[in-house]
Design a protein around this ligand. Structure first.
Ligand code: AMP
Length: 112
C-alpha cells in the first residue's frame, strides 16, 4: 500500500534499524522500545492485521515464526514474548501486520 508506514520501511523508503530481511519478511527494532530488546517482524506484502490472514496468505505467518525463532536464538533470547495487536482497542496503531518480539525484563500476565 502506497501510504503504509511499514510497507515503506520494508521497501527501504523510510529508514529503520534492521535486524533481518529476506524475500518474504523484514525485522527491525521498534522506535519506542517497551523492553530492553524490542523488534518487529513484518511481512513485506501488505496485510492489515491478523484479521486479514487467510488460507491464501498465511504461509508468510508460518515463515515469520521460523524467523522469530531463529533470531531469538541468534540474539541469545532465552525468554521472550511475541505479541500482535489487532484493532485500536487492543493497541494496534500501525495497520500492517506485525509481530512484536519483546525480551530482557520481567513481564506481567495478563497484559494491561
Ligand atoms: P502497534 O501499536 O501494535 O500497532 O505497534 C506499532 C509499533 O510500531 C509501535 O510499537 C511503534 O513504536 C512502532 N513504530 C512506529 N513507527 C515506527 C518506525 N518508524 N520505526 C520503528 N518502529 C515504529
Amino acid at each position: 500500500m502506497s501510504d503504509c508506514l511499514f510497507c515503506k520501511i520494508a521497501a527501504g523508503e523510510i529508514p529503520s534499524n534492521k535486524v533481518y530481511e529476506d524475500d518474504l519478511c523484514y525485522a527491525f527494532y521498534d522506535i519506542a522500545p517497551q523492553a530492553p530488546v524490542h523488534f518487529l517482524v513484518i511481512p513485506k506484502a501488505h496485510i492489515a492485521s491478523v484479521s486479514d490472514v487467510t488460507e491464501a496468505n498465511s504461509a508468510v505467518v508460518a515463515h515469520i515464526f521460523t524467523v522469530i525463532s531463529k533470531l531469538a536464538k541468534e540474539l541469545g533470547l532465552e525468554s521472550y514474548r511475541v505479541v500482535s495487536n489487532i484493532g485500536e482497542q487492543a493497541g494496534q496503531s500501525v495497520f500492517h501486520l506485525h509481530f512484536h518480539v519483546l525480551s530482557g525484563r520481567d513481564m506481567t500476565w495478563p497484559p494491561g
